[in-house]
Every structure is written in C-alpha cells, then in structure tokens.
Design a protein around this ligand. Structure first.
Ligand SMILES: *Cc1c(COP(=O)(O)O)cnc(C)c1O
Length: 494
C-alpha cells in the first residue's frame, strides 16, 4: 500500500521522500501519513530481529517510495559503530521499571536515534526527486537536537546546517558540545531569547516566500531537522517496538500483553511516535506524557485547553522547556477526524490568541493518554531514590518521566509493566544529576570535576562525547537577537 503525506492544514499530498525533503508543508502545516500502517508481521516474529532489521520492518511501511536497497542503506549507515552498544537502544530493568536507553549514540541524547538516519534519508530523497540545490538545514534547538543534527549532517555533501539555540537556555555541556562542532558546513548561532522564539522564527523563515526565492537564486533550499520533519518521527517508532521485543525476551511481558509507556515530553515528537506505534498494533495501554513545570501539555490533557500564555520557566530539564509543542498539531489533526480545515482553525487561533480548546468528541480520542508534571524537587528526589535503591543514575529529563510515572502508578494502582523513555545520558547534565544524588557535594566543583564524580558514583565510564569536548577548540561564537536570525542566515549563506 502506498502511503502519502498530507499537510495538517490542507489536502495536498506528496510522497514520503518529498515530505522529508520539504520538512514543513508550504501552508505551515506538518506532514502526516494518509493512512497508519499495521505491523506486517506477528510480534513473535519481530522479537528476534536486530535493531537494523526491525527498523526496516517498521520504516518501509511508512516510507513507501524508498526502495528496499535505499532504505537498508540508510539504516545500516545510521545504526552502526557510532553507537556504543550493539543493542543500539537497550532496555534495563531497575526498581521494577524498564528504562529504554536511547542515549547510546554520538551525542548521548535520544535525538541521535532519528538524526543519525535523517541525513541519509534526506540525501536519498534529494536524489530520488532530482533535487540539485544545496539543502540548508535550519534548526532550532532546546539543547540536544542541534548537536545531534550537526553530528549527522557534518560534511555531508550538498548540505549546510545552521543551528539556533537559546543562549541562556541550555546546559554548559550542551553548549560546549555545540560550539565545538567540527565540519565546514556546520554553523551555530546563539540567540537572545528562548526556544519557542527560536522555533517560531525558524518556521517563519520556512514560510517566507521572498526569502525562499532569494535562496533559490543562490542554489539553496531550506529543510528541517526538527521533529516537525516526518523523517524524524518515523525512525522513532522503531524503538518502541524494539523495547517491547526486549521486554518479551527478558520475560517482563508475554507476546500480546500490554505495557505502559512514559515519555519525558517537550515538542511532543517522541511520545507521538509511541502513539503511532500503538496505532500500528503494538500493545501499549497508556501513554503517559510527562512534563516539567512548563506544564502546558499536562493542562491540555486535563482540560482540553491548550494555553501557551504563561511564564516560560528555565529548568534543569532544558530540552523540555517548551510552551509551543509543535507535534501536538499532528495529534490534534488525527483526533479531529483527519480534518485539515478544523486543524488549521485551531492552529490559527493559537497563533492569534495564544490558546485553543478542543471539543468533547476530540477529547474522546485522548483516552489512552495520561499526563502529569514534576517539579525540580520531585525530579531530584526521584533521581536520588532510584540511585540509592539501585545504584542506577538517570538524567534530569528521564527523571521527570520517572517522577511522573511513579506518582501515576502509586495513585492509580495500575500494575501494567512500564517502560520509561530514557532520553539522555546523565553525563550531559552532571551538575544537576550529582546535585540530586549527592546533595551538597557539587559546591565549588567544575563541570568536569562533577563528571568525574558521576563516573565514580555510577560506575559508568565517561562517554566518548564528553571526552571529546574536554579539549576541543570553540569554533562558533555568534550571538544575535531573535530579529537578527534571517540576517544571520544570509551572512552564512549568501
Ligand atoms: C528533545 C528532548 C526531549 C523532548 O522530546 P520531544 O520529542 O521534543 O517531546 C526530552 N528529553 C531530552 C533529553 C531531549 O533531548
């Protein structure tokens, strides 16, 4: 069955490869599949597959205009020794909960799961569509996407990548990872503003026709490495199926039995991939959406109103400091009966007034979701409890999911086997994590001293990504105002 991709805001459709190449639809909507495929094989047949073979099973049902050879080439180029474990995304069981470790790639955050394959999908898509222009990847980052995207696109022929990050909105390690990025085609720009400012300005540049023409005249075209690109979401479906298979293998569940999935959420991409996995037939009972104190999604699931008019709070889980969760638009589209007119009017209302409220019939489409948020204190207390009871150390984003899940389980009594998406290595957020595990011991210590201490208390060797930035020279130091972002792009490209 051919699957095409249409905008959440109109009825034009394109092929999978065109959707990946474009990133965002011309009307500002996001591309969604015209049908959601089912798992083609029995789960019992998938259990023994390698990550790469499973990735092929899942991805080929979505990316139907890629040949088997093309897709397998993309998969094998992505999921290789850049990952520090052959399992690629191992599940570990600690304190009665399964943690799906998605941080074994080059930049030690879950963004590597999709961004190590996106450049291959995109260059393949360019070839298939006879695209000769240079592809310029514009990316707004809350800390992890930027580095992972640059690692993926660095020195890929025919591409240029520009990353915008909030100057005061990322961890020191995240910033160091970005500003030391190598590759002639990589560019990093700090902005005086927050992640939402960066993401909104990037979307505006995509939709600015005159700017697009200016670039086209210079032989360039924009695309996106943010999770608004469907080429980010499809690879993320794979690891939920893979997690389930591992839980079958280690005896946590029998084939067919349900699991609950908890995801630390920001832009709503990762949890949406879990929802797609469920639509494919993966036995997921509850999808638990975990937020930090920027609790816009918790409120949405509780009341049906999405209201971004609130204070933007910087937290120790910076990759989730987001008030405009772009991918929620895809879910809104699906629960309003795949009706792009209705979806568009909600999004117009959001842009105009800062909020919208879905209808009761739409809320009925959300019954599989639960949502909750955790404060800094709850996050740190949960990280410490897990550490003290098991010796296992999680990062501050996984910590949010951990706190939200454990509260949900205690309050609901739901004993369904649980998996938590573990989205970053604790080494990326060592200051907060050591502060949580060993209160009082961070005083006066440098980031790298805390990394040493983390290695000691967790018994985990420092990842290569951290070793690399200890000595790497800073290559990027541009800082601009939000209004200066288009000119920053011109300075780089034109
Ligand atoms: C990006 C990110 C998230 C949020 O994921 P979304 O797909 O944006 O919801 C959570 N944790 C970490 C570590 C991240 O980098």
């Amino acid at each position: 069955m051919e699957i095409r991709y249409k905008s959440t805001r109109s009825d034009v459709t394109v092929t999978a490869s065109q959707a990946i190449l474009q990133g965002l639809a011309e009307d500002g909507g996001l591309f969604v599949p015209t049908a959601l495929p089912k798992l083609e094989k029995d789960l019992s047949e998938l259990v023994g597959l390698s990550y790469q073979d499973l990735a092929y099973e899942i991805m080929h049902s979505f990316l139907t205009d890629f040949t088997e050879e093309e897709l397998r080439h993309c998969i094998n180029s992505a999921y290789d020794s850049k990952f520090d474990t052959e399992a690629i995304a191992p599940v570990v069981v600690k304190g009665g909960v399964s943690y799906l470790e998605l941080f074994h790639g080059a930049t030690i955050a879950f963004k590597d799961m999709a961004l190590s394959i996106l450049p291959h999908l995109m260059t393949t898509a360019a070839k298939k569509n006879g695209e000769t222009k240079k592809i310029v990847i514009l990316t707004a980052t809350s800390g992890d996407t930027g580095k992972a995207a640059m690692a993926g696109f660095a020195d890929v022929p025919g591409t240029e990548i520009i990353v915008f990050y909030p100057k005061d909105g990322v961890s020191h390690i995240q910033e160091l990872q970005m500003v030391t990025q190598r590759g002639e085609n990589t560019h990093v720009v700090a902005i005086r503003g927050n992640f939402d400012d960066a993401q909104t300005a990037v979307k505006q540049m995509f939709n600015d026709r005159a700017f697009g023409e200016e670039l086209a005249a210079k032989g360039c075209r924009f695309s996106s490495a943010n999770s608004i690109n469907i080429g980010r979401l499809v690879p993320q479906i794979v690891y939920y199926v893979y997690a389930y298979c591992q839980m079958v293998k280690n005896g946590t569940v029998k084939v067919g039995e349900p699991i609950n999935v908890t995801v630390p959420t920001g832009n709503f991409g990762n949890i949406l991939a879990a929802w797609y996995a469920k639509q494919m037939g993966l036995p997921i009972a509850k999808l638990i959406c975990a937020s930090n104190v920027n609790r816009v999604l918790t409120d949405f699931f509780e009341t049906g109103e999405y209201d971004r008019k609130r204070e933007f709070i910087l937290t120790s889980s910076p990759s989730m400091d987001i008030l405009i969760s772009s991918n929620l638009e895809r879910l809104v589209y699906h629960i309003c009966g795949n009706d792009s007119d209705r979806c568009r009017s909600f999004m117009e209302e959001l842009a105009k007034t800062g909020s919208y409220t879905i209808t009761d019939d739409m809320r009925a489409g959300l019954t599989d979701f639960r949502a909750g948020f955790a404060s800094e204190e709850e996050n740190f207390a949960g990280i410490r409890d897990l550490y003290e009871s098991t010796g296992y150390v999680i990062d501050t984003h996984t910590g949010i999911a951990n706190a939200v899940y454990r509260r949900y389980a205690a309050e609901s009594g739901d004993q369904t086997p649980a998996v938590i998406a573990s989205t970053a290595s604790p080494f990326k957020f060592a200051v907060s994590v050591v502060g949580a595990c060993k209160p009082g011991e961070t005083e006066g210590k440098s980031d790298f001293a805390l990394i040493d201490l983390l290695s000691e208390i967790s018994g985990v060797k420092e990842p290569q990504a951290v070793t690399d930035i200890r000595t790497a020279p800073v290559r990027h130091d541009t800082v601009v105002d939000v209004a200066g972002m288009p000119d920053a792009v011109r300075n780089i490209l034109l």
